[in-house]
Design a protein around this ligand. Sequence first.
Ligand code: BES
Ligand code: MN
Ligand code: MN
Length: 461
Amino acid sequence: MDSVKNYINENKDRFIAELIELLKMPSISADAAYSQDVLNTADAVKNALEKAGCDKVEICETPGYPIVYGEKTIDPALPTVLVYGHYDVQPADPIELWESDPFEPVIKKTDIHPDGAIFARGACDDKGQMFMHVKALEYMVKNNVLPCNVKFMIEGEEEVGSESLSWFVKRNHEKLKNDIILISDTGMLANDTPSITTGLRGLSYVEVEVTSANRDLHSGLYGGAVANPINVLTKMIASLHGENNRVTIPHFYDKVEELSQAERDEMAKAPFSLEAYKKALDIDEVYGEKGYTTTERASIRPTLDVNGIWGGYTGQGAKTVIPSKAYAKISMRLVPNQDNREITELFTKHFESIAPAGVRVKVTPHHGGQGYVTPTDTPAYQAAVKACQASFGKEPIPVRSGGSIPIVALFEEELGSKSILLGFGLDSDAIHSPNEHYGIFNFLKGIETIPWFYHYFVNNK
Ligand code: BES
Ligand code: MN
Ligand code: MN
């Protein structure tokens, strides 16, 4: 396994060039205008897996975008690692805020990435991270050091809720049988502070519509006499947070897992600078639920946020109008024991109950998912710890993340499999934002760490 560093040194320019080709493909799952690009990207991933040494690679059709599935079996008696990742990306907009074309990758140095970072949509989330696994497999196969069987399952709808992957997983228990799922679609604390993600938040996502009159009205003739749906919607939204910035939906916190003081103390040991955090975001103060630290608010506490709000006239100049409708998209990040369907129901009931007479409200649920916590007292987690020690020369810190990968809880439900979240992105990599990037250091470090995971997972099991 010690040859991994040499192999990376000899091949890194090619690895980067191959990743850049993949990043040129605009595989935006949310926008139907890119459907052919999404399909082409699936083919490119299939080719990459074949080239890396999988014996069987297939494009598995689903009701939506296909799953790219690959496997390399060396001995059925040995354990199997199932790698999950996604080849779809978020839309690039607002496009005018990108310093370079989101699908024409460029390498630039930054303060945090002195060795350079690749700027492109999907560079970190998740093409760059998924591709580390392809290149790690290539290394293990070419050098005859793959110690167990491996399966790849790369989907094309993660950014829109993984509906087709749920469909696929439910129908393919036998095919997907594994001993551990390995995922790089999260982050770590810093390039000199390796960490392993030990939890993800769940998600409940709804769209709300408030309707008043049956048509837009003159705000002089009707203003003051008829409910303005934007006024009403913003008032309703404002009431969703109360004292101490807590969510006011009845029973919202009922099932929230409360961490013990000892667990919170343990969490607080992870390095975190509030000053640096504020500076990086250009804010003079943080904001959130009273009684919790910034790190806690963004990981072990549930939240409610408006993601978008619209209605009425937003064009040039002024138009005096009371719109007929107003809309908002609202997400709730959930923590262990909160059930996303139950929270969606609680939200809906509450939102309907606070609507004043004079308007009608409609709540439409979007995708959602359960949170996840990785047990740390398992051979698989310990293998990930040892792998980081081998490649970084440092003990990784366990960190609960605030992000969501809803399919991870479904893997456990359907396949009975635990997942190891071995991510190499940084919070500053701007995933989902303009100028997303992924450090060359992080990309290569991931390729170096992954074979060590296989090694320790198989040899210490
Ligand atoms: N890779 C992210 C999730 C993530 C990023 C978790 C960083 C932890 C650290 C994933 O692609 C993502 O964006 N998930 C969505 C949810 C999905 C249902 C759209 C999210 O968290 O908003
Ligand atoms: Mn992702
Ligand atoms: Mn994402």
